[in-house]
Unconditional design. Sequence first.
Lengths: 309, 261
Amino acid sequence: MSKDYSVGFWRKRPFRALHQLSLQIERGEVFGFLGPNGAGKTTTLKLLTGLIFPTEGTATILGHPVGEPETFLHMGYLPEQPYFYDYLTAEELLDYFARFFPLPPAERKRRRDTVLEQVGLAEFRHRPLRKFSKGMLQRVGIAQAVLHGPEIVLLDEPMSGLDPVGRREVRDLILQLKAEGKTVFFSTHILSDAEALCDRVAVLNRGRLVGVGRISELVEPRTGYEVVLECSSPEALPKLEALATKPLFASGGQCRLEIPEQRLPELLTLCQGGGLRLISLNPVRFSLEDYFVEVLRGADANRPPASTP
Amino acid sequence: MNSLSQTRAIVLNTFREAVRDRVLYNLIAFALILIASALLFGEISIGIQKTILINVGLSSISIFGLLISIFLGIGLVYKEMEKRSLYALLSKPIRRHQFIVGKFLGLNFTLLVNTAFMSAGLWAALYYLTRQFEPQDQFLWVAIYFILLSLSLVTALCLFFSCFATPVLSAIFTLLVYIIGNFSADIRTFGELTQNNLLKGLTTFLYYLLPNFSDFNIAAWVSHGKAVAPRLILLNTLYTLIYGGILVAASALIFSRKDLK
């Protein structure tokens, strides 16, 4: 799918917010959608909920075209920074939303009470939403997304605005949904959350997909070491630099660098040559954050056009 | 899935939003005060107290109804888009046109209840003044019904404009159309008098394009105890149904294709 927006006041010109995104999400997986601000994450989620229409391409959810009422029977959506009718109480809002599903009144009430318990808002059920904090609104948003027991849950930045406890609760909720066999697709720029929760992630930058894969594939094969050395001969520094994955840090006769696993023998040979003394050698795992930074750097180096000609 | 019960949920929520807004009560209270003050106006105009009371009463209902319908109508769609409360709603199994129809009917229901309150005030004032109801007083109901029809058209106009314009612009557009629509007979007369064909064409076009609100205003007629022809009731009802229906359908069409950025 691609999406162009019109920008400019007098002379409208297209701005490409999403460029030929092609993705397949498997049933039952937790899929993380990563990218910096303005990468096109929210645009993608809005396309998948039919709130905006694609300039080209289509998407289907469980075989149904997006945006159709029958699709929403099996799908829940939490918008980014959700806002709800502030004149309603949490209970009234959920009751209102439940009326759009084919549920008998008793079942509607049961579902409403269950999700209020699930997101920890049962004791605030009669409080008007205008008196809710940002974190509480986020929880109401999650409650309305899972109210009807959907098979697929789309969450746009579900952890934003939450305190550490709230984030932990949302993480637990996502894991609970996964345990129930639901498919969860969520966007985030908090990488530790994605790392802890996702089976697969996709990285988006400037509207383009720049990487996608299983976290285990992206992260595991790339291990290395953090090395601290005492360096008495300055001519050894360029040799060390050639081994390092990141710019090395040298200060007060010591230097610190990261090297990939396969270059460890070369480093040890260098140390035997004199002028260098090994102080510590710690294994480091190549984190999702490193991967993220790497693909974004790579993408920026290629400089994809932000707008269509 | 019963789409009627879904639309009814939107209607009731729109009504609930209105009744939880304090501004609404202030407007109704003000209208009732104005109707009560009409009794005082009557004191200084011996012999035509009743005429003045009915004129002022119906005008109050009409003006405050207009204020309520514009005030609430311009925000019907725009506010939900701006605050993004729509996102969660439209990700439920409903179609966008149900949202538009539900919002329109919800505001009409609100106006019906408000007008009922204000009308009760007028009837009470009338009884206080005359201590009895006369047979021709029944046409007061027709005048109130016509006010409701015109408010329904105003709501449809607001809804239509708010699908693509900001609230302030929607309010200005609606008010302009309302004012011009109250003088549409004059526009046609002007067109008939002019020799300029272009101007004649333009006035005829405007006469048929803009809603004709002047036919809904029968306050002066009713206040003099004159009867209202059943034909006018039928024609005004049909006119509102057709004109309002086209506006709501156009709003639904625009809104169904809109990107909710």
